[in-house]
Design a protein around this ligand. Structure first.
Ligand code: DOR
Length: 448
């Protein structure tokens, strides 16, 4: 691949709430020195960043790469390459594959597949069901990032709806419990009402009324109440409404929080007004809500009520997505374009670069105790992204790297691009090309 000693000169490193003009010396897969005017040895490969911003590689704690069993939509190889092009160097993948990742045997098989085919650093969440507590209690917490529970059904039919089971899971695991919160009964009632009104032709604009604010709030408030009662470590995925923000706090640091929350790029970018143009291409669970919700999510992110920025990358084929509302699956591909969308939001004054790095790089590392990643620090793994902050480009189909070959951002003009990505000390992406050799590693977790 490339030399094992590297010097990145003249970088503007965004890290730990500051921006530092410096050089970065890399030995093997780790950052050896951060300093000014570092003189390279003759065997050191030098890259002059010429004043570009350099950030830690993003850690995306919520992706669906569809392997095994749904590989007509995506696979680990294609989506991890797209992630690198989008500045995401580490991903945590979800258990709603086929078979589901709800036994240690399936979890091990997924890890082996990733070891053979992933281009980005990887870890796999374990799925809770109504009857796998014995498996959950036997998990290795140094390798399993968290437990995922669907408290509302979505792609993959993984609903955990037995209150006694939920209570015993919450009471008995030390793992982070990451939850998808939407109340099933509320959704069913709303869907039936829409079917009565529209028959088979429910307009997509009804989606946020069916998967409504009430459905989200009811489910997430119940999960938060159960976590408070049992002392469980709860992480609420993809918060989509203003109302849910009242469930979270920002008066203590993340390290001390037992209940944390996350927002995804699509809920920050799109609003219910976009259904008319984008149709089922922006059908997600939870649904994209109103402009007011979107503004509240930005405020909640900036005020630290929301701790983590992630994608919920969930590809489906265009044929699947182009079906009428009730048949079109929820989800869309995002890992390649989330960071450019966020950089565009930075130019629009919605978020600072320091905050972006805190939420998408540092905080996932803190929240899941990820070992030696998520920061630009001496001794940490050299997962770095060089940005071209002022580059303007339009998302066009031919540049899309997802196996499904489409993006909900097609036609969108972004300002801010990934120029290069360094993974474990190797250049793996530069100017549109993925290096053919993988440098990926399994994520590990610093836990007792
Ligand atoms: O929109 C979604 N799609 N939300 C989920 O929770 C699952 C995901 C998928 O796997 O398609």
């Amino acid at each position: 691949m490339s030399q094992s000693k590297k010097l990145i000169k003249n970088a503007k490193v965004v890290n730990e709430n500051q921006i530092l003009d410096c050089d970065l010396l890399i030995h093997g897969n780790r950052i050896a020195e951060i300093g000014q005017g570092i003189i390279p040895n003759p065997d050191t490969e030098v890259f002059d960043a010429k004043g570009s911003y350099v950030i830690p590689g993003l850690i995306d704690d919520q992706v669906h790469f569809r392997e095994p069993g749904l590989t007509h939509k995506a696979c680990i190889e294609t989506e991890s390459k797209a992630a690198l092009a989008g500045g995401i160097t580490s991903f945590i993948e979800m258990p709603n594959t086929q078979p589901q990742t709800t036994t240690r045997i399936e979890w091990e098989a997924k890890n082996r597949r990733a070891a053979a085919t992933s281009y980005a650093n990887y870890a796999f969440m374990f799925g809770g069901t109504n009857d796998n507590l014995d498996e959950i209690l036997a998990l290795d917490s140094k390798r399993v990032p968290a437990l995922k529970l669907f408290l509302g059904s979505s792609t993959g039919n993984m609903l955990v709806d037995n209150p006694e089971v939920l209570k015993s899971i919450f009471s008995s695991t030390n793992l982070v419990i990451a939850v998808h919160c939407e109340d099933e009964q509320t959704i069913k009632t709303n869907l039936q009402a829409a079917q009565k009104k529209y028959g088979d032709a429910i307009p997509i604009a009804e989606h946020p009324h069916i998967r409504s604010e009430e459905a989200c709030y009811l489910s997430s408030s119940q999960a938060v109440a159960l976590a408070k009662e049992t002392g469980a470590r709860l992480h609420v995925f993809h918060v989509s409404t203003a109302k849910e923000l009242e469930l979270f706090r920002n008066d203590i640091p993340l390290e001390e929080k037992k209940i944390t929350a996350e927002v995804c790029t699509h809920h920050l970018w799109f609003s219910s007004e976009d259904y008319f143009e984008k149709g089922t291409h922006i059908k997600w669970n939870p649904a994209v809500k109103t402009k007011k919700d979107r503004a509240a999510l930005w405020a909640g992110l900036n005020s630290d009520l929301l701790d983590v920025l992630a994608t919920d990358h969930a590809p489906h084929t265009l044929e699947e997505k182009n079906q009428p509302y009730t048949n079109a699956p929820s989800g869309g591909p995002l890992v390649q374009h989330a960071l450019p969308a966020l950089l565009t939001a930075y130019h629009q004054g919605k978020i600072s670069l320091e905050k972006l790095v805190q939420k998408a790089c540092h905080n996932p590392a803190i929240l899941f105790d990820i070992k030696d990643r998520g920061y630009v620090r001496e001794g940490f793994f050299a997962d770095l992204v060089v940005l071209d902050i002022d580059k303007e480009f339009e998302v066009v189909k031919k540049d899309v790297l997802y196996q499904c070959g489409w993006s909900p951002f097609e036609g969108t003009q972004f300002k801010g691009a990934v120029e290069r990505t360094l993974l474990n000390g190797k250049w793996v992406y530069s100017n549109g090309n993925i290096h053919p050799e993988s440098a990926a590693m399994e994520l590990t977790f610093d836990r007792e």
